[in-house]
Design a protein around this ligand. Sequence first.
Ligand code: URA
Ligand code: CA
Length: 434
Amino acid sequence: MRAYDIIYKKREGQNLNKDELEFLINGYVEGDIPDYQMSAWAMAVYFQGMDAEETANLTMLMAESGDMIDLSPIEGIKVDKHSTGGVGDTTTLVLAPLVASAGIPVAKMSGRGLGHTGGTIDKLESIPSFNTSLARDKFFDNVNQHGIAVVGQTGNLTPADKKLYALRDVTATVESIPLIASSIMSKKLAGGADAIVLDVKVGNGAFMKNFDSAKKLAEAMVAIGKEVGRDTRAYITDMNQPLGNAVGNALEVKEAIKTLKGEGPEDLTELCIELGAGMLQLAGKITDIEEGKKILRENLQNGKALDKFSEMISAQGGNAKVIEDLSLLPIAESTFEVKAEKDGYISEIKALDVGLSAMILGAGRENKESVIDLAAGLEIKKKFAAPVNKGDTLAVLHYNECDNIEEAKEKLLRAFTITEEKKDKNQLIYEIIK
Ligand code: URA
Ligand code: CA
């Protein structure tokens, strides 16, 4: 077999069989196939696409290129959840204890963030002494004992995807549906999930800017799940404004605690209830989705979800007193209120600019070496469609030392559009693909 012939075949729009993909992926990981041939292939895929079987084969090959985590020491059906990424997405922090409180095992491996805010692991590390790097056995024990553990990724997971994603990033081949779908799903499969709930974000703050491309991505990932025998469901959800009010690590932990007390922002709460009910259904806990939502709503009100979060924090060495006393979380030295310059209604919040503003304040990583300021970030005070008067606070910035504070203020102010007419609110969940 020759890489040349495989590239040629794809360039001409033919499907590649499993052996050909295996030759390519394994050869690439081992260094036998150079970047220039792999990028030519990726560009051919970008233009010619891949069918469902090819995409599933590529996904499995990438998943199997490194460690495959075996979650069988944990009893029950393990449902994982993945978000394609948005701004201020506090979902996992709420969802993990919430679904665990309803009795399904949560064995979550999360990443650190390269983006506007940290990933779930960075956020959790704003809880004093919380340990995100449990040994594998301890991780399993915690899930079996407490029904929940959230840890950082360890080991050699999907090296083929790591290498290929980095290559796509510099060769203008990221935006290919089959390549994105296989990249995301390979990581979920290597993580050992039996079933997968996907939150595919669409909007100005998301990877997918329009509904059609988000739907195609959702369908491609659900199709991979079918091909490889893992029940997969995708929710296409709105990311035309940040989710909830907080953007930033400790600020999002605070928001998660409020939400687990049943006092959280409406959009974040609703999304967690919807995704959570889907997870309960895939785990076989309930058949009727409405019943699942009812259980989860109750657990936000009766304290069970919050207790589960507290139990998880203690089990991972953290100080669970944060739940009663939010001042134990990192707090920034300075705050600044960004104010409306005129009367009207909020007709747009450019989520991406909100995210960038948070990153300038220190909440996110601009590159792998950046150090996150866990206390930094911002709180949105006026969301989409809210009425405002000139001088009302639109958002509060939280920061310590910040060289570019003026830029952060300006970016945030310009992220809001205020118009005389009130626009209708966006739907939160556009479609569910099963
Ligand atoms: N996220 C991923 O993990 N992979 C992609 O290819 C794109 C987004
Ligand atoms: Ca949030």
